[in-house]
Design a protein around this ligand. Structure first.
Ligand SMILES: C[S@@+](CC[C@H](N)C(=O)[O-])C[C@H]1O[C@@H](n2cnc3c(N)ncnc32)[C@H](O)[C@@H]1O
Length: 207
């Protein structure tokens, strides 16, 4: 049984805080940049960063004026606010559960989901919330590791995932399965880090 719950995530990401940037910055830098480029947003678009962490995406969002960032771990939000101040980027940053957003329907032009869909305990609840708060025609950028759609994980992989999903992130999720619970459409799905294990996926909410 996996320990992947919101309470556990809040605790472990608080513990990871001192070393998080050392691990998640340099390795993923070019993929964050690529994902933000593929978003093709306007500087005045309302953009939500869900599970925003310490704000490692912010350097690629300079010039955007309506950014909102949420994360379930208070320490992550504090670090993100410090980074935003250093970079001079205005961000409305809040502690919030990505499976239960307090925002009204259709309130964002775009949502950025970097390294969160494979971490959050209930990715379907999360993507449904994203669909709800996104305006029709709005865009979602996902960057994460996924199993190819339709591939079933081996027994060994399922066993190993008990540890992986508790300490790092789930290695057995398929983006197609998760998105199939919404009306969101996959517009683009390209290989990113680790020979395509990590993907950059662009989703659109139909008009
Ligand atoms: C792997 S980190 C990714 C952070 C950031 N997006 C990045 O790319 O560096 C996962 C983040 O998801 C957050 N998180 C986990 N469960 C969450 C939830 N239910 N709602 C919001 N954030 C959550 C964690 O606190 C952590 O900051």
């Amino acid at each position: 049984m996996s320990l992947n719950t919101n309470t556990w995530n809040r605790l472990r990401y608080t513990l990871y805080l001192p070393v998080y940037d050392l691990i998640a910055d340099r390795v993923f830098r070019k993929h964050r940049k690529r994902s933000v480029e593929l978003l093709q947003a306007n500087p005045s678009d309302a953009i939500l960063l869900l599970g925003a962490g310490t704000g490692l995406d912010l350097p690629y969002l300079q010039g955007y004026t309506r950014l909102t960032a949420i994360d379930i771990t208070p320490g992550m939000i504090t670090k993100l606010q410090q980074r935003a101040e250093r970079l001079g980027i205005p961000v409305d940053a809040r502690v919030m559960n990505g499976q239960q957003l307090i925002f009204t329907d259709n309130s964002f032009d775009a949502v950025i989901l970097h390294l969160i869909i494979a971490v959050i305990p209930d990715p379907v609840a999360c993507i449904r919330e994203v669909e709800r708060v996104l305006r029709p025609g709005g865009t979602v950028m996902v960057f994460d590791k996924f199993l190819p759609d339709g591939q079933r994980p081996s027994q060994l992989r399922r066993l190993f995932n008990q540890v992986a999903s508790t300490l790092f992130s789930d290695i057995n999720r398929s983006i197609g399965d998760i998105v199939s619970h919404t009306t969101l459409q996959v517009e683009l799905n390209e290989p990113a880090a680790l020979g395509g294990t990590f993907r950059i996926v662009r989703l659109r909410k139909p008009l």
